[in-house]
Ligand binder design. Structure first.
Ligand code: ARG
Ligand code: ZN
Length: 472
């Protein structure tokens, strides 16, 4: 399910090859990228995936992952060939039941040539058998697979899928997922959504997870290790499944004291953002040393480090806010990262206010005052930060300042109506910074061009902390 950036070029040369059948004559290879200017090779052109069925087996002792991915897709062009993004070793590919040939290219491209060209608008079933050692694979010099003492974890942004399943790796192509993973008895496999069942046989236990709402590829996660799994329900009725590595040491108590509040925090966020959009909820903490958390859909990934100083509900609020801002409504391109991070940060400010630890306005004033005009912080443009600054603190903090400025400009009533209405308008889809500005202008009836330019696009410190201060 995705919206394309541009129509790929048509192979004009094909029309001179009069001898070949019409359908083949007009088909051409799909593009090797979906058209995101920040990451030209991410995602692919010519088709749209609706469902990923991943049936895998993972051995922690060797970090070996193997299995079969079945993708249901629909072509959006006549295709002689198409690409997926993937790093592990592919043994066999079938397209619509017939063996297809394949090759690798670039940093993470898998090129698949079906026996027969695919006509535009047709349903395609792609079966890929593969195996590999994810920790041994790098692309652009890095890995998003974190091997642990008793397993491994795939979690990163914007790229995590390459290390564990072949995909059309861009948020524009969302799909549903069934993730079934066999692990040695006594080990657990954690993924998104609902645990449908577990079955044991011959020393292996299979975990069957289902995420049944559109989900971006980077929001799909897999963690294997020895976990303690807790279950419950939020007051509003959403089933909660949390998982804690049994190897969290001193951080175990603080992690639980934070993440066990997931139901409460999601219910609180729903008052601002609208009903919780998925039917599963939770969080998991593997025994990694990763520096970030990630809003993996329905079940965010947390690093033990986030709980080193004690409980940290701020990170839980941040990742759960992303369930609306990032997961329900996803970026159209990676330049739109502010519509994720600015809002998740602003939710943290609202939570501070709720907890009596400073109002959003007080925190905004503080951030503004403590960043001097010559701080490079102000050179980052949250509305289009560039790929190297996608997760710069300015996208978060200056991004949230922009929202405080908007709130002061249009007033609380319109501001909070926008926070809620936006998630409905673009539910389960994609949107851009420009779409947000247009929506804010529509709801408020005001022209907001200069406010957005000042706070999101100027490479310098705005003259007033907020519109409120400016109008005093
Ligand atoms: N969306 C994540 C968060 O704000 C950020 C992930 C940053 N990724 C990274 N590799 N540093 O929670
Ligand atoms: Zn975030």
């Amino acid at each position: 399910m995705h919206r394309r950036f541009f129509a790929p070029g048509v192979l004009a040369a094909a029309s001179v090859l009069l001898a070949i059948p019409a359908s083949a004559a007009s088909s051409a290879p799909g593009a090797s990228g979906i058209g995101d200017p920040y990451y030209p090779a991410y995602g692919n052109g010519g088709y749209d995936v609706s469902h990923y069925d991943l049936r895998l087996k993972y051995q922690p002792a060797t970090d070996r992952l193997e299995g079969t991915a079945t993708l249901l897709a629909r072509t959006t062009e006549d295709l002689s060939r198409f690409n997926l993004d993937f790093l592990l070793d592919v043994g066999e590919v079938q397209v619509n039941g017939a063996k297809a040939s394949f090759a690798t290219s670039g940093e993470h491209e898998l090129e698949i040539t079906p026996k027969k060209a695919l006509a535009k608008g047709s349903h395609v079933t792609i079966v890929i058998r593969y195996s590999g050692v994810p920790s041994g694979e790098k692309a652009y010099g890095f890995t998003s697979w974190h091997r642990t003492a008793d397993g491994g974890v795939a979690a990163n942004e914007p790229e995590a899928a390459w290390w564990w399943f072949p995909s059309n790796d861009h948020p524009l192509d969302k799909a549903t997922y069934d993730v079934s993973v066999q692990v040695p008895d006594g080990t657990q496999a954690i993924s998104n959504g609902t645990l449908q069942s577990t079955t044991s046989r011959l020393g292996w236990t299979r975990y069957n997870w289902r995420s049944n709402k559109p989900q971006a590829t980077y929001l799909a996660t897999l963690a294997v290790g020895k976990f303690d799994i807790t279950t419950g329900r939020s007051e509003s009725g959403i089933p909660v499944v949390n998982a804690y590595s049994k190897d969290l040491g001193d951080n175990d108590g603080a992690a639980r004291a934070s993440i066990e509040r997931t139901g409460e925090i999601a219910d609180w966020l729903a008052e601002y953002f609208g009903p919780y959009p998925f039917n599963a909820l939770g969080g998991y903490v593997p025994n990694t040393n990763t520096g970030y958390a990630l809003e993996t859909q329905t079940r965010p990934f947390y690093s033990p480090r986030q709980f080193a100083a004690g409980s940290n509900t701020q990170v839980v609020v941040h990742e759960l806010a992303h369930q609306w801002y990032g997961d329900l409504v996803s970026v159209s391109g990676w330049k739109d990262i502010w519509i994720n991070e600015g809002f998740a940060r602003y939710a943290q400010w609202l939570w501070s206010e709720h907890e009596g630890e400073g109002t959003a306005q007080e925190i905004a004033d503080y951030v503004y005052a403590t960043r001097a005009a010559d701080d490079p912080f102000w050179t980052v443009r949250p509305g289009d930060p560039g790929p190297d600054n996608q997760f710069h603190i300015a996208v978060y903090d200056r991004g949230a300042l922009a929202l405080q400025a908007l709130r002061n400009e249009i007033g609380d009533e319109d501001f909070f109506a926008i926070l809620k209405g936006w998630t409905q308008k673009y539910a389960y889809g994609n949107a851009s910074v420009g779409d947000f500005r247009a929506y804010a202008e529509q709801v408020s009836g005001q022209s907001l061009g200069s406010l957005f330019d000042t706070w999101l696009f100027e490479p310098s410190k705005p003259v007033a902390a907020t519109a409120r201060s400016a109008s005093i």
